[in-house]
Design a protein around this ligand. Sequence first.
Ligand code: PSU
Ligand code: MN
Length: 299
Amino acid sequence: MAKSSEVQAAEAANIPLVALESTIITHGLPWPRNLETALLMEETVRAAGAVPATIAVLEGVIHAGLEKSALEKLAQTRDAAKLSRADLAPVLAAGGDGSTTVAATMICAHLAGIDVFATGGIGGVHRGAETSFDISADLDELAKTPVTVVCAGAKAILDLPKTLEALETRGVPVIGWRTDEFPAFWSATSGLPIPLRMDDAPRIARAHKLRAALGLEGGQLVVNPIPAVDEISYHEISPAIERAIAEAAEQGITGKDVTPFLLERVLAATEGRSLEANIALVLNNARLAAEIAVAMLEI
Ligand code: PSU
Ligand code: MN
């Protein structure tokens, strides 16, 4: 594994680290806003007293922390490989490049000794999963790898009630940050209650440590609602989602391509607004993740 000079300096000075994923850069947001957002996320982590470690695989090496030139190059790669748990070892063996999903970022963060990770939305159970069996590897990873993941819930391109059920089955704590409801990415609420709520970062940090002390595998999912001023209602975004799902079915999109396809279609249909909401929520998550990472070092 290669660590950036900034990450190495943080380790030496005992400054907390926050991992950031890179599939959001290559497959989640369009150029050039993807690069701008990745840099803003890093800045937000720094401003909150932690150091960012953006994770990606470059020339067969896992990187924790990307130099700006590497980030710029990745953000402009059109055909970057999207790496999940299954792909990590094969791409390393081939000496290849790729961006890491939530699942792969959790694995690399843990290898790098990083406990906290900020993203936008996690993968989950797709609508129609009862026939397609399409359930993101992110959910199993949360059950296996001890990293606290901060997200804004999951996008309504997924089946949110089934996603919550699958997390419960796997024993993943879903912790509402100052909310009792599961947030739905662009919307702060979904109408779906979640059983756990925490209102302060030290408690989330203590729960992370206690999970390990109890010998329980896996991480925690902290769900942080998009700020009210930036949200888009489900009602407003819903027609674009329905169309995107119908198009994916018509075009026979399967496997890894499903999530990027749906994200791209919804983004195109809603134009600027969903992009601005997306950027606002990832920055909001970066801020909270840094706060939790700082709290982890203090307990
Ligand atoms: N959800 C989003 N934006 C994203 C992703 C999910 O709102 O960019 C990306 C994340 O990297 C996530 C991955 O881990 O998609 C899930 O892909 P799949 O559904 O194929 O597991
Ligand atoms: Mn899938």
